[in-house]
Design a protein around this ligand. Structure first.
Ligand code: 4AD
Ligand code: MG
Length: 459
């Protein structure tokens, strides 16, 4: 007999009679004549109740089945008299696939997120983590669907790279040189290294995406990204996923329109396609989540310049740890004040000082600011960073000189400005930060299956 997944079973209008389910026992209790088991197979949040009667030949063994054990159950699917469940299974055969010992760490009680992080290999078996990782899966699919419908082409960009897109130098080196050889010669001889030059894990696929936007028009890349930032915060991971659309013939305003449409559409998708899992977060994890999602979906995001934002921060009565003035890189406390307290909704800040932004952003007429945009959201701070790109070869070269970037190694990037250069724009959205936004989960470590952060690479 073919196994039916519990999420399919639960949606059946009529009972097919006989069914076979396989899963793990969440709880079991005995009455006088029956043993009741709650089985979960990971296909959805809810369990299916199995009722095993004394007539079963292995009833004694069934009575010893513990939380976490794996079972296979064949029986009749019947209407359940119990509350909140349409169906239950009257078992005809229960096979115990594996009996979990009492030392199984996930006994039925509430566990803290901190504790569950220490057993990241087991935590997807809990309701909350099962739910967020099902949502994560669905949202990755939703991203592809969103761009596919719009006619964007999906591009995979290299994980190993020779350039530093963001120019921040916070990169993980990739080398095949042995530590002994380096020690012996006293230097890292990149010429002798695998690629014959210094190479790193990518911090962004943008530069590659720009080349493809100049060929295919609208493209996006969505993949793993690495940053050796020494920031041990609840919003930074050393390995995270970034979505980066890049659009030819697109200016900063259209770029923001695109980003806003994306965030709204993905939020709607989560509510409509992950209803049961999202309910767990809406009801139990973050009480302010329903309002926040409602605002994101139904209200236009605020848009203002960095300069105006600085003025709002300076004239606010709020005491900030980091002093505010034109030219500062906004800290999380500033970003959150703007999104949470002042505008109470997502806000785009535009036209940042060029001194705090990377070389590729388009220089504005004032020659002081660049056509940058960051999207700041309540509860998190920066969700998206993007810009219109500098399409003018002479201006771009001047910028690179100012920033002491080796133009020779960007020859291919500069070629795109030599041959058929057009205005274009794009942005990057941290996938994990988006998941935090729609789930109310406060720590990035809890939306990544096996998180990598400063000082932590377990599992
Ligand atoms: O603002 P960032 O650095 O922008 C770029 O990398 C551009 N090249 C994107 C582009 O225009 N194509 O990063 C984009 C987003 C941030 O807004 C944030 O959501 C996320 O990536 N991000 C991180 N997420 C988790 N951990 C980290 N250490 C992150 N650093 C950035
Ligand atoms: Mg940024």
């Amino acid at each position: 007999m073919k196994r039916t997944k519990i999420h399919v079973l639960r949606q059946l209008e009529n009972s097919p009679g006989q069914v076979l389910v396989k899963g793990w026992v969440r709880t079991r209790r005995d009455s006088k004549e029956f043993s009741f088991m709650e089985i979960n197979d990971g296909s959805c949040l809810k369990n299916i109740q199995v009722i095993a009667g004394q007539d079963l030949e292995n009833y004694v063994q069934i009575q010893a089945v513990s939380t976490g054990s794996a079972v296979s159950v064949e029986g009749l699917l019947v209407a359940s008299p119990g509350k909140g469940q349409k169906w239950e299974i009257q078992a005809q055969r229960v096979e115990i696939i594996n009996l979990a010992p009492d030392s199984y760490p996930l006994q039925k009680k509430r566990h803290s997120d901190e504790f569950l992080r220490t057993i990241a290999h087991l935590r997807p078996r809990t309701n909350k983590y099962g739910a967020i990782f099902r949502i994560r899966s669905e949202m990755a699919f939703a991203i592809h669907q969103f761009y596919n419908k719009k006619g964007f082409r999906y591009l995979t960009t290299p994980v190993i790279t020779g350039s530093d897109c963001e120019g921040a130098g916070e990169m993980f080196r990739v080398t095949s040189l042995s530590p002994e050889a380096v020690k012996k010669s006293g230097i890292m001889d990149f010429k002798a290294d695998f690629f014959g030059q210094e190479s790193n894990l990518t911090v962004s696929g943008q530069l590659s995406a720009e080349m493809f936007a100049m060929a295919l028009g609208d493209v996006y890349t969505f993949g793993p990204t690495f940053r050796a930032e020494n920031s041990n915060t609840s919003r930074h991971a050393a390995e995270f996923w970034m979505l980066e659309p890049e659009m030819a013939f697109c200016d900063l305003q259209q770029n923001m329109d695109q980003a806003e449409e994306l965030v709204k559409a993905l939020s709607v998708h989560a509510l409509e396609n992950c209803e049961e899992d999202m309910d767990l977060f809406l009801q139990f994890v973050d009480k302010s989540l329903p309002d926040r999602l409602n605002t994101i979906i139904h209200q236009p995001f605020a848009r203002l310049s960095y300069t105006d934002a600085i003025e709002i921060l300076q004239t606010s009565k709020k005491e900030f740890e980091f002093k505010v003035g034109f030219g500062i890189d906004l800290q999380s406390e500033h970003e959150r004040f703007l999104a949470e307290d002042y505008f109470k909704k997502p806000v785009f800040l535009t036209d940042y000082p060029k001194t705090i932004k990377p070389f590729y952003m388009r220089v504005n007429e004032d020659d002081k600011t660049v056509a940058a945009m960051d999207l700041l959201v309540p509860g998190i701070g920066e969700l998206i960073g993007g810009s219109q790109r500098e399409e003018r070869l002479d201006v771009l070269e001047k910028r690179m000189d100012e920033m002491n970037l080796p133009k020779e190694s960007y020859w291919w990037y500069l070629d795109s400005r030599r041959f058929g250069s057009v205005p274009h724009s794009g942005f990057g959205m941290g996938f994990e930060r988006f998941l935090m936004l729609i789930s109310g989960i406060k720590n990035i470590r809890d939306v990544i299956p096996f998180p990598r952060t400063v000082g932590s690479i377990d599992f």
